[in-house]
Design a protein around this ligand. Structure first.
Ligand code: V47
Ligand code: SF4
Length: 386
């Protein structure tokens, strides 16, 4: 079934729309930046159809009908973690490490070797912050992967993991990042950002790197020529002002460095953590979140819906609300979201399934690499994958 979102012109013909929202629609038409106040107004008053029409207009202006995905897998070295984020269903404290996992170098290299001869282009490394897995260990992992599979792009370690391992090695952030880059690190994933504002951060994840620290590490990575992603964990105790503040700070850094590849709103999932009493956001609120991110983040070309967290059906819906990227095939190599109650208990999609998700709503599937270079455009009606 082809989904046809509302056009931007239909918004101007609707006499019931608030004046402030019409000013925003005008700005979108003229490709102008929104203020933070306008961002909050969109959250407070923008109906789903309205924000969807604006977001879809922007996505089509940037990407035509193209939707990106990649072929990737994850390595999660451990879920043992020194931090105590209240939303996390995945980690185990060091004193309870027997309930968790700690992969050895050999086990991780076996995971890499499993993909020998397969056309995966990216490995995403992310995990808990283990007090005994240090900078040296991870540099060795990076060089081993680089030596075994030089064509695989290594996207690894959140700013939270990096901050801890570099400080523990008693290096400056610049020195630590340089060392990791030399060992083979090419990009940073967007995790650990959560909500930057201290009023929220001190409630949901008080003991890990703060918002300024997260941004600083990404700025250093960008200055070293690496790219990175940015996330925002939404739908818990934050208000709309906190979301806009978070996006605004990312927008500011992107103006400065241009180093972010994409923005990824992450929906809070409430099973098995200390915030289980908080209801999850509705699908309507999720779609509004994606659409408003697309409208507000005018210097981020790519907006990603991470399907293992949203579930494939909601992820497919986001493609009509400004999203142009679905992440990757994953191959059942991540546990972060299945442990938090996501629909996808063993997340894996074949390239064919991803292409069909995109093609069946009238969009064009495009396989990309980590840096959004196009590898293959699947523009036939019947998608066949080699
Ligand atoms: O920082 C943890 C989130 C993140 C929960 O860069 C939760 O391409 C919802 O950032 N409910 C780590 N979210 C994963 C991540 C990521 C994932 C996919 C792609 C990329 C990328 C980055 O997972 C954490 C936290 O924000 N998270 N627990 C939870 N209960
Ligand atoms: Fe540790 Fe990351 Fe979980 Fe926080 S979100 S407890 S840093 S694994």
């Amino acid at each position: 079934m082809i989904i046809k979102p509302l056009s931007l012109s239909s918004v101007f013909n609707d006499s019931s729309i608030d004046k402030g929202l019409l000013t925003i629609a005008d700005k979108v038409k003229n490709n102008e930046r929104l203020t933070e106040e306008e961002g909050v107004l969109l959250f407070e008053k923008g109906a789903l159809g309205f924000v969807g029409a604006l977001a879809n207009h922007i996505a089509e202006r940037l990407h035509g009908g193209k939707v990106y995905f990649n072929r990737n897998f994850h390595i999660e070295p451990t879920n043992v973690c020194v931090f105590t984020c209240n939303f996390c269903s995945y980690s185990r404290l060091y004193k309870n490490k027997d309930e968790g996992w700690e992969l050895t170098m050999e086990q991780m290299m076996d995971m890499v070797r499993k993909y020998d001869g397969q056309p995966v282009t990216e490995v995403h490394i992310v995990g808990g912050v283990h007090p005994k897995m240090n900078l040296e260990f991870f540099c060795e992992l990076l060089s081993n992967i680089r030596a075994h599979r030089p064509d695989l792009h290594i996207k690894g370690f959140t700013a939270v993991e990096l901050d801890y391992m570099i400080r523990k090695a008693k290096l400056s952030l610049e020195e630590g990042m340089q060392k990791l880059k030399e060992a083979g690190l090419q990009s940073l994933p967007g995790g650990g950002a959560e909500i930057f504002h201290p009023d929220v951060r001190n409630v949901i994840c008080p003991d890990k790197v703060d918002g300024d620290g997260w941004l600083r590490i990404h700025e250093i990575a960008h200055n070293l020529g690496m790219h990175s992603n940015a996330t925002m964990l939404y739908g818990h105790v934050e208000n709309y002002g906190h979301r806009v503040d978070h996006m605004s700070r990312l927008r500011e850094l992107q103006d400065k460095t241009g180093g972010f590849n994409c923005f990824i709103p992450l929906k809070f999932r409430n099973q098995g953590n200390d915030m289980s009493h908080i209801a999850e956001s509705t699908i309507v609120e999720d779609l509004r979140m994606y659409a408003i991110a697309r409208i507000f983040m005018d210097n981020f070309r790519n907006l990603k819906a991470y399907w293992p967290m949203l579930g494939r059906q909601t992820a497919q819906l986001t493609l009509s609300f400004g999203v142009n990227d679905l992440d990757g095939t994953i191959d059942d190599t991540t546990k972060i979201y299945s442990m938090a109650g996501a629909e996808e208990q063993s997340p894996a999609l074949s390239t064919e399934e991803l292409c069909n998700m995109i093609d069946s709503i009238g969009r064009i599937p495009v396989e990309r690499d980590t840096l959004y270079n196009e590898l293959k455009v699947y523009n036939n009606d019947a998608v066949t994958v080699d």
